[in-house]
Design a protein around this ligand. Structure first.
Ligand code: 6GU
Length: 222
């Protein structure tokens, strides 16, 4: 998979070199490229934002600059993802869908967002365009939201996780259950024992206990 991100703060994406994502990139399973929006600024001040038509607080990112940047990246198979707190709420099922894509472009808005004609233009041209939010709170821009999405999507690409079993059992799997609590050695730590059932070797009873725990956890979080 190819993943491009366009931002005025390329340094935000340094974590793509670390851990699971860095390994996936080194293994050639995913190809990340980060692009500095400001390279496409057209005036002498390298300006990328301007005051909103209709008035109001804040600044809006200019369509011309975004058009220049995105024209270089968009291909027929591209999914363009515009990060905005007003977008569709990202979840695990969306991560699953995007993990099957061949090319994702993340457009990281700042300020009050990107001139809406950018979204309209690429839709009109027949591209797949998605406005996405990662939750009901406001961030300074789409960079951190992109990282959240990229990490959750990339780990679902076949071959990225060493043990694919961990995908089947993890939190927020297809059934929507939160995962059961986990324990490792020692059996007693600071006077707290590991639940006895887990030491029993009875795999049927252990599976039942875990299912109950997962449901209890899920209910607690409602
Ligand atoms: Cl995608 N962008 C911003 N600025 N804030 C957010 C968000 C995105 N998702 C949740 N909050």
């Amino acid at each position: 998979m190819k993943i491009d991100a366009v931002t005025i703060f390329p340094d935000y994406f340094a974590p793509l070199k670390l851990s699971l994502l860095g390994k996936a990139a080194n293994a050639g399973l995913v190809n990340f490229e980060i692009h500095d929006l400001r390279k496409h600024a057209t005036n002498v001040h390298n300006q990328v934002d301007d005051t909103p038509y209709g008035g109001g607080a804040g600044m809006v990112m200019m369509p011309e600059v975004w058009g220049q940047a995105l024209d270089e990246l968009m291909e027929p198979e591209t999914d363009l993802i515009i990060l905005t707190p007003a977008g569709k709420r990202f979840d695990q099922s969306m991560a699953q869908e995007y993990s099957k894509a061949s090319h994702l472009v993340f457009a990281c808005g700042r300020y009050e967002g990107i001139d809406d004609r950018v979204r309209q233009h690429y839709l009109n041209k027949g591209f797949r365009v998605h406005e996405v939010s990662i939750g009901d709170y406001v961030l300074g821009g789409g960079e951190v939201a992109s990282l959240v999405m990229i990490e959750s999507i990339t780990r679902l690409i076949p071959g990225v996780l060493g043990n694919p079993d961990s995908l089947a059992e993890e939190s927020h799997n297809e059934e929507g259950y939160l995962e059961y609590p986990n324990y490792t050695k020692p059996a007693i730590w600071r006077d707290i024992s590991v639940p006895e059932i887990l030491l029993s070797g009875n795999h049927g009873e252990i599976a039942k206990w875990r299912a109950t725990q997962a449901i209890e956890r899920a209910n607690k979080n409602l």
